[in-house]
Ligand binder design. Structure first.
Ligand code: SD4
Length: 331
């Protein structure tokens, strides 16, 4: 996977260029409420995502630069990864559960605090799109399992085979060699959490995953849980997570990070505090990975993880950059 080469590639990736028309169509303004000495640079539009999903942020940027909403930007960006069969942690091509079934989780949240989610849904290629339908077309926030799938068909989504030959073969190998415990390491996490601010300064987020590879049937992690895998507060900012969802749920990680920003922490400081809370709860256990990213209302960003290896991509008028995240444990 490309992201594993991020240390080698990040400086080259930083050189990504934007077309002049895109540059011309975005704005950077100074917060009028501040004095010159304290001027806060407001960066918008902006899209950021977990890992090195450059196609996803590029799509989100395309939407934002054309004047589209942050909601459309995160939705369309997330869909790119869901459709990528080489990403074995999201959408089509995702790793199955221990019984060989691919089950997908996703959520989406907008500037008004509206949100929708699907949990443990099979046979549908774009769970984030179904989550958006849950948000917009139902009085509910979450639909799970067969109910989510039935709803998707009612909304016109097609039945799709999610298990690719590669994911199937790897699962069969895992069954031969592994004990009951699912694989939990830093190599098999590629969930996309994506956050954006549009030209109006409105924030939205989305998160989509096939979850932990070889999980128990029916297991759901943090990714579709509002507050855990994703949280947006249009007054403050947004955060999203990747990694072992059980640990993120225990601290309601993304909500925590947004609340820390509300209390005055920068996105970077808030992500660091979020990881430290998880580490404190685990009392020395560190055989798992978590990565948080966050953005505040000014378009400042941050990212932090437990093990070295996590990166996050940002797309602004200044460039398209894969940022190596600082980590709690040093490599
Ligand atoms: C989960 N957080 O289901 C997800 C897994 C993940 O990259 O992030 N994978 O727990």
């Amino acid at each position: 996977m490309q992201r594993r080469n991020f240390l080698k590639n990040s400086s080259a990736a930083a050189a990504g260029l934007l077309s002049t028309s895109l540059i011309a169509s975005c704005k950077e303004e100074t917060n009028a409420a501040t004095t010159e000495a304290q001027a806060v640079k407001t960066i918008r539009p902006i899209a950021i995502c977990t890992w090195d999903f450059k196609n996803a942020t590029a799509k989100a940027w395309e939407v934002l630069a054309a004047g589209g909403s942050s909601l459309d930007a995160v939705h369309q960006g997330a869909m790119i990864e869901e459709a990528d069969v080489t990403n074995q942690t999201v959408g089509v091509g995702g790793r199955p559960d221990r019984d060989g079934n691919v089950t997908l989780d996703a959520c989406i949240m907008d500037k008004d605090g509206n949100c929708g989610a699907v949990l443990c849904m099979q046979n549908i290629a774009s769970p984030v799109s179904v989550a958006r339908k849950v948000m917009e077309d139902t009085p509910h926030v979450m639909l799970a399992g067969k109910g989510a799938e039935k709803f998707a068909y009612e909304k016109g989504f097609k039945k799709v085979k999610l298990l690719t030959e590669q994911s199937k073969q790897e699962w069969l190998e895992w069954k031969k060699t592994s004990k009951y415990k699912p694989i939990i390491n830093i190599e098999n996490h590629d969930t996309i959490g994506i956050l954006a601010i549009d030209k109006n300064g409105d924030i939205s987020g989305a998160c989509t995953t096939s979850g932990m590879g070889y999980k128990y049937a029916g297991r759901v992690g943090d990714s579709p849980i509002i507050g855990a895998g994703l949280f947006v507060d249009n007054e403050i900012g947004a955060a999203t997570a990747t990694g072992v969802g059980e640990e993120v749920v225990r601290t309601v990680g993304s909500f925590l990070i947004v609340e820390l920003m509300r209390q005055g922490k920068s996105p970077q400081e808030a992500c660091e505090e979020g990881v430290k809370r998880i580490m404190a709860k685990n009392k020395g256990r560190n055989d798992f990975q978590i990565g948080f990213i966050a953005i505040n209302k000014n378009g400042e960003t941050g990212g932090y993880c437990i093990h070295p290896g996590f990166t996050y991509r940002t797309y602004t008028e200044e460039g398209h950059i894969n940022n190596p995240s600082e980590s709690f444990l040093k490599g």
